[in-house]
Design a protein around this ligand. Structure first.
Ligand code: PMP
Length: 362
């Protein structure tokens, strides 16, 4: 670790690779001889267009996005997609199915209810979202224009281990907290979206990957900036895009290449998650929130036997350089978010810290 930097386990915005930060810093004032910072460039300038095109092409390559699908950079983070999805995709039947497995899919479902007939196809609320329903638990409505789910539940620390089968109904997935952590068969999805501030870039936009056949039948009142067709036709430049965030996303794609791409990430995330889950399973003090079969390898949620001890853990961890470990209020306890850029060493040291905390606080 570079001097003064902590191990930052924040759920988002999250830690970025040091080499990416250093490159951005080195290019900050005069970008590769352009005479200005990327922040100061016109989004229509040749210099910027080449940054934009390269970032988008690299994303397409790294995630293996087929030509049937368009990549969009949209304002408003993941939350605005909770509105954009129903506004654009409810068209055909006015109805959609939602899998509610955490806070964000619940919020997405509530937003969609403003616009159409929304059916809860499955929910894990009965056990405080500590598990993921099985395929046989999913009850489709029959008339849905799309099926919505969230692949990784950032707050509860659970993750879908399979892609739901929908019998031809287009799949829409919020991948905000696990995109780019392993290869994905994009062709299975009608639409994927993700806020970028966990695994792809600093905050400021969502990446949307859409099967082009699904665009073009939005509700008449859809704001222009939320219309997938408008964004496809303007190559995400109907207005000024989040230029600097897109530039940083491009740096992140190069970094991913250097780590062995998404296969490299898949291997690394499994190793990192194992360190923490082993520490939890071997412990008599810590218990995990997520049921074992649904454990996320991005957000590890755990607690001790009591609130005071949790608070002591969080405080002492912070003093030792492990920051942002306090769990979300709806789960309590602790949450370690270990996205792509969290180094193995940071997780290894946190696991050691957990063991020594247990010894001294027995
Ligand atoms: N979906 C998921 C899975 C998330 O984790 C988050 C943010 N933590 C959101 C949606 C909302 O993202 P944003 O803040 O970009 O709107």
């Amino acid at each position: 670790m570079s001097s003064g930097r902590n191990y930052n386990f924040s759920p988002g915005p999250s830690t970025l690779p040091l080499s990416v930060l250093e490159q951005a810093a080195a290019e900050m004032v005069n970008y590769r001889g352009a005479g200005m910072s990327v922040m100061e460039m016109s989004h229509r300038s040749d210099s910027y267009i080449s940054i934009f095109d390269e970032a988008k092409a690299d994303l397409r390559r790294v995630l293996n996005v087929p030509e049937t699908h368009e990549i969009l950079f949209m304002h408003g983070g993941a939350t605005l997609q909770f509105s954009a999805v129903p506004l654009n995709l409810l068209g055909k039947t006015g109805a959609a199915d939602y899998a509610v497995t955490g806070s964000f899919s619940g919020l997405a479902m509530k937003e969609a209810q403003k616009y159409g007939n929304i059916h809860v196809a499955c929910s894990s609320e009965d056990r405080n979202h500590s598990y993921i329903p099985q395929q046989s638990d999913i009850k489709p409505s029959g008339g849905a224009s799309y099926f919505f789910y969230c692949s990784n539940n950032t707050i509860y620390g659970t993750q879908w281990k399979y892609v739901p089968e929908t019998g031809g109904v287009p799949l829409v997935c919020d991948m905000s907290s696990d995109i780019m952590s392993e290869p994905v068969d994009v062709s299975k999805y009608g639409l994927i979206f993700a806020g970028v501030q966990k695994n792809m870039a600093p905050a400021g936009m969502a990446v949307v990957i859409i099967d082009k056949d699904l665009a073009g039948s939005e509700h008449a009142l859809t704001p222009k900036l939320l219309s997938y067709q408008v964004m496809i036709d303007s190559d995400s430049m109907h207005n000024t895009p989040p230029c600097y965030t897109i530039y940083t996303l491009g740096l992140m794609m190069k970094w991913l290449d250097a780590q062995g791409g998404l296969e490299g990430m898949r291997k690394l995330k499994a190793e990192k998650a194992k360190l923490l889950y082993d520490a939890i399973d071997e412990s008599e003090m810590f218990v995990g929130h997520a049921e074992k079969a649904a454990r996320s390898d991005m957000n590890v949620t755990f607690r001790t036997s009591g609130g005071e001890l949790d608070a002591k853990f969080v405080k002492e961890a912070e003093q030792a350089g492990f920051v942002n470990l306090k769990g979300h209020r709806s789960v309590g306890g602790m949450r370690a978010s270990i996205y792509n850029a969290m180094p193995y060493e940071g997780v290894e040291k946190l696991a050691e810290f957990m063991r020594s905390f247990e010894k001294t606080n027995r």
